[in-house]
Ligand binder design. Structure first.
Ligand code: ZN
Ligand code: ZN
Length: 327
């Protein structure tokens, strides 16, 4: 197999030939056909997450076909198409696992961060954390659903019953979630970098009721806002945009420091929450409904060997939607 390997934090990924591995008990080997590029991959490369480890193969929006099955694997079959998300393994016994909050597990393993991921021609995964994907949709179009879509879905659930929904940062996750929210009958208000008219047009083309700069107040008060951008300054701005009792959900794994703000911005039972990871149930709930949602993902395809270019383009905001690597 081949992979784009991170050998040094901050370093470029390096095209590397590796010996083929066989799946152990409970594991499957997946021949990767598409792997989305997520902002979290940049955090992994930059060493911005706790306990960075190298060498590692990044990538946690994996679509592929099962090509080998280890012992003790239940109902998966060779050739089946599966999706592999960020959550790669949980301990099953900690307080959080026992509370049905496996997203908060004390001893988790994360795909492309603490176990090798999908910037590769093949990967070995815990079979219990692979989602059967069915046959609808292309591999490339489905890949961004595995993190951008799923984390967005969890954030939307946590945002609660909100008719007017603000999305701060209109990248891969928001471009999917805007379509989900519209399908559910909500109104979407999209916030981009001030002056980024191209992304504002993109948001409107996906059904946003309004799109503007993050320094602007929307024309209507929001019931909830989800912040996908990694910019802490957005938290007080979003709190100012939501109504009394409204929620602001921070959906990123990493964010710059949140500046001080007056208590009055939180007063009125406004709630500030974060979303961490996903549960397998989130994945089952979301992926069972996506065929009806008619989500059209906007993707930019890169050859696997060009992963560094994809990461650089993501960092610079050079495309709308999601980058996808194809071996
Ligand atoms: Zn656990
Ligand atoms: Zn991700």
């Amino acid at each position: 197999m081949h992979a784009m390997m991170l050998n040094k934090i901050g370093g470029p990924l390096v095209w590397t030939e590796l010996p083929d591995r066989e799946p152990g008990p409970g594991e499957i080997r997946v021949k990767v056909t598409a792997c989305g590029v997520c902002r979290t991959d940049l955090h992994v490369v930059d060493g911005e997450l706790p306990h960075p480890q190298v060498p590692i193969i990044p990538g946690h929006e994996i679509v592929g076909r099962i090509d080998a099955i280890g012992s003790d694997v239940g109902d998966l079959v060779p050739g089946q198409r599966v999706g592999i998300p960020w959550l790669g393994h949980t301990c099953g016994v900690c307080l959080f696992c026992a509370m049905q909050c496996e997203n908060l597990c004390d001893r988790p393993i994360f795909t492309g961060y603490t176990r090798d991921g999908g910037f590769a021609t093949a990967t070995i995964v815990d079979a219990r954390f692979a989602f059967p994907l069915g046959d609808e949709g292309s591999d490339e179009s489905l890949a961004p659903l595995l993190c951008a879509g799923l984390i967005g879905w969890r954030a939307l659930t946590i945002a609660g019953d909100s008719m007017n929904l603000g999305l701060y940062g209109f990248g891969a996750a928001a471009h999917i979630l805007a379509q989900v929210a519209k399908w559910q009958g909500r109104s979407v208000f999209a916030f981009t970098r001030p002056g980024d008219h191209a992304t504002q047009d993109f948001a409107r083309s996906l059904g946003a009721t309004w799109a503007g700069g993050s320094d602007e107040l929307p024309p209507q008060t929001l019931d909830a806002a989800i912040i996908f951008a990694t910019v802490g300054e957005l938290v007080p701005l979003a709190l100012k945009a939501v109504r009394k009792g409204g929620r602001v959900v921070c959906a990123g794994i990493h964010m710059s420091d949140i500046p001080g703000f007056p208590y009055s911005a939180l007063w009125g039972e406004r709630q500030l929450l974060s979303v961490a990871n996903l549960t397998r149930q989130d994945g089952l709930d979301f992926l069972s409904q996506t065929p009806q949602m008619n989500i059209v993902t906007t993707t930019r395809r890169y050859a696997l060997q060009h992963a560094n270019e994809a990461l650089a383009d993501l960092r610079a905001g050079r495309f709308n939607g999601a980058a996808v690597l194809v071996p």
